[in-house]
Structures are given as C-alpha cells and as structure tokens.
Design a protein around this ligand. Structure first.
Ligand code: TYD
Ligand code: MG
Length: 453
C-alpha cells in the first residue's frame, strides 16, 4: 500500500478494505465502511510521538487503585453496575426504542442527585418541557438534576467543562453531532467521534457518563455495538413490549461481574424495582400443565427461577416449525436432535414452540434439561410435578453435565416452596436441605424415569 494511502475498515466486522464501498464484502453489511486515519502522520520518522510515562504495577497503591463508587439506592441498578456507579467511568445503556431507557435513566439520575451527586441529564430527543413532564409523572420534579435539551457536542462539552458534574446522562448518543466530523448525526463516524470525546472527558475530568443507544434493526442509524469497545460497562435494557417486565443486563463490565441482571416492572408511574424476580416470573403459573418446566437458573450472582413452556403439535408443513422465544434456538435444535438420536423420541412431523414465561431471556446451557423436560412433557401430554425444578446441561452424547452454583439454585427453589429437583449426576449441593434431589447421569435415564418412555 502506498504511503499515507487511506485505509477503510468495516465498523461491523473489522475487515480492512483498500477503498470505500457501500457494502462490506466480508460481512455483507451496508454503510458500515469508514475511513481510518493512519497511526502516524509522518511515515518513516518512527512513531513520531513523545515517550509516555510508565508506572510499575507493584508501585500502585491498592487504596488509590480501588475505584470510587456511588450508590443510587436502587438496588437492582446498583448491582448491575457492579456495586454502584464508578467515578470517571463510561457506561452504555442500549435497548430497543420505547423500551424505557429514558425513564430508567431519568429515575437513576434523580436517585444519584438525591444522594448528593451533581448530575446533568442531556436530552437530544425531547424538549426540556417534555422531560419535565415525564419527571412530573415519575414524581421527580424536586430532584436537583440539571436538565439540558441539546444535540451539539461542542456545546455539551463546554457545559460539562464549566459545570464539572459527577454524572452526565446523554440521551441518546445517536442524536449527538460533532462539528469535527462531516457525516450526518447517527452515522458510524459521528457515533464514534461523539462517544470518543465524551469518554475522554469522563476519564480526564472524573465525571461518569452514561450514553443511551437505540438498538437499530437495520437502516440509516448506527447501532450501539459500534461503541461497545470504547466504554467500561455495557448494559442492555430488554423486555417484550407486551409484558411489563424489563431486564437490565450487564454484558460487559470492567468494574464488576458481567451477566448480572436487574429486574424492573413498568408501571404507570415509572419503573418499579422487582426484588424477587423468581416469584414474579412464576406468578402466572396455575395448575400443573403439560409442557411447563421450572428452570432453576443463575443470572450473574443471583439465582432466578423461570418457567419454560413448550407446545408440540402435529405439523402440516414439509419442514415443521421450530419457534423459540427467550432461549437459544441453536441449542434447542441440538436438544431435539439428541432426544431423537440418543433417546429414540422423534419430533419429525411435529411443530415445536418454546417460550420463557414473562419475557425473560435465558442464555445458560444449564437450561438444556429443563427445555428437554418441557418438550417431553408437551409431547407426552403429561404434566411435571408442580413442585419440581430442573437444571443441567445436555451433551451431544446424551450425557448430563453438572453446572455451577447448584446449591444457590436449590436454595432459591426451596425458598419458593419447591420440594424436588432433578439435576445431573456429579452435582455438588451440600446445603440442599428440604429438597428431594434426584441426580441422573444421562438423558435416556431421565426420559425413562420421567415419562416411562
Ligand atoms: P421511554 O423511556 O421513553 O423509552 P426509550 O427511551 O427506551 O425509547 O419509555 C417509553 C414507554 O414507557 C412508553 O411507551 C410509555 C411507557 N411509560 C410507562 O408505562 N410509564 C411511565 O411512567 C413512563 C414515563 C413511560
Ligand atoms: Mg428515550
């Protein structure tokens, strides 16, 4: 490549291209190729920069190294943040439009403000009067939050420089535009530039910034994934539109465990915290039904029980339907294949529907056995005992593999009134008192014992 020739990189898959084009050949995405500036503007003269300052790791004071944290007093939020808001950290909160991000962050900002933090809430989407109306609905009008309705990054940074707040919320990063970049607001380069400037400000001035990002299906606006690598913490706010439950999930956290969740309920007066999600997710369960199995799961550091529901019906289609909501459809295909080839239970000619009740998403492999139980229960039209929880990973050979934190899973189940559990052989659970625990080695034994198949 010629010296100083520009290089282009796909912001989605990272593939390098020698020239710009509308579509990335490597991943097939449109409008993702952006120009990259070269590492050094003066080729041939070494790297051309000044030598940086090095600190010995051993010379670091551990007291100094521990990040300063502030608690919002909203336990569901504080836990997902890894134990409170870290000073000078950058946080991305992504989610579908309309899921409740602005509501959550306005509540969070007010909570931090009431704890004595100096906070700014900058909305690029709503006028200040609209934000105030929302605040009135949420009962937050008396919270000492600085409100701004602004989209120009330069003005926002000037305000932040003058005010020196402890926390700034930018709602949303896709509406911000930097005059240093030519392209339109919402484009990949604008998004990156705006995020970069705000994150650098956070690090330099000790301000925590929370960036709101709309998840976009496809189209003109770049999604929040483009800036995930720039921030310390990435949270996604998810939930089904038809359900009032909302889950705040940590997918990356430099200051705490990832995969931690916080559960909220959308009410007429904002988001209410749900301290006991298991009870909520199981509250719709009535009489024992064929096709229902309770999975004892772990989300981050907390046990959460969910109901997995299956429906199996004769199909009129040449390739029967496999509809999976809230679980990994790839894993479900595997489980169906294992049931078919290891246990001799065919699902050919049958439509299969699987769903996690309450709009929850379960990504743990430990849910395999509960999904299999729900499928079998639906197929045999036989209900599982109402007081039974199930967990375990299924391997391709049909063996059941033990999963972590069995004791926590069983304790939570016992607390909620469950009295029997099925888990893989090799499960270590000393503290499972009051729980009839059956340990099974493989899926064949499981299906035999459960349904006499
Ligand atoms: P919003 O926070 O504006 O979503 P986002 O910022 O993610 O786009 O929330 C939008 C939805 O939340 C809207 O459909 C109305 C509902 N809502 C309530 O049910 N109760 C409330 O108190 C508020 C403020 C909003
Ligand atoms: Mg919003």
């Amino acid at each position: 490549m010629a010296k100083n020739a520009p290089s282009f990189r796909c912001s989605d898959c990272g593939a390098l291209h020698s020239k710009w084009s509308g579509r990335c050949d490597a991943c097939g995405q449109w409008n993702t190729i952006v120009e990259e500036s070269p590492l050094s503007k003066t080729p041939g003269s070494g790297m051309g920069g000044a030598k940086g300052k090095l600190i010995q790791l051993s010379a670091l004071d551990t007291q100094e190294a521990a990040p300063k944290r502030a608690l919002a007093g909203m336990p569901e939020l504080d836990r997902v943040l890894g134990g409170g808001l870290v000073q000078a950290s950058a946080i991305l909160v992504g989610g579908d439009p309309g899921i409740g991000k602005s509501t959550l962050l306005l509540q969070a900002t007010a909570a931090f403000a009431r704890k004595g933090l100096k906070t700014l809430y900058i909305s690029g989407e709503e006028a200040a009067s609209q934000v105030r109306m929302r605040a009135a609905r949420l009962g937050l009008t008396d919270a000492p939050v600085g409100l701004g309705a602004e989209t120009s990054l330069r003005d926002i940074l000037t305000t932040m420089e003058a005010e020196r707040p402890d926390l700034v919320v930018i709602d949303s990063i896709q509406t911000m535009w930097s005059d240093r970049v030519e392209s339109a607001p919402g484009s990949v380069s604008q998004l990156r530039a705006a995020a970069h400037e705000l994150v650098s400000f956070a690090k330099r001035r000790g301000t925590a910034v929370i960036l709101v990002g709309h998840v976009t299906k496809e189209g003109q606006i770049a999604g929040p994934r483009v800036i995930e690598h720039m921030v310390d913490t990435v949270l996604y706010f998810e939930g089904e539109r038809g359900h009032q439950f909302r889950i705040l999930r940590a997918v990356k956290n430099r200051f705490g465990p990832a995969s931690e969740i916080g559960v909220f309920e959308m009410t007429g007066t904002g988001l209410a915290e749900v301290a006991n999600p298991s009870a909520l997710f199981l509250s719709e369960r009535g009489q024992p039904n064929p096709g229902s199995a309770v999975f004892a799961g772990i989300e981050g550091t907390r046990p959460v029980l969910t109901e997995i529901q299956a429906l199996v019906a004769p199909s009129t289609l040449a390739s029967p339907r496999r509809t999976v909501v809230g679980l990994d459809s790839g894993r479900i295909s595997t489980i169906l294949a294992v049931l078919e080839s290891r246990c001799g239970i065919p699902f050919a000619g049958l439509d299969v529907f699987l769903n996690v009740a309450g709009g929850m998403k379960v990504i743990e492999p430990a849910a395999d056995l509960a999904a299999a139980a729900a499928l079998l229960s639906a197929r045999e039209d036989t209900a599982l005992p109402a007081d039974m929880v199930i967990f375990g990973e299924i391997s391709l050979s049909g063996a059941l593999r033990p999963v972590g934190q069995a004791e926590n899973r069983l304790k939570e189940a016992a607390k909620l009134g469950f009295s029997q559990a099925i888990a893989p052989a090799g499960t270590k659970a000393q503290g499972a008192t009051g729980m009839a625990l059956r340990k099974l080695g493989d899926l064949v034994t499981f299906t035999g014992e459960m349904f006499g198949a």
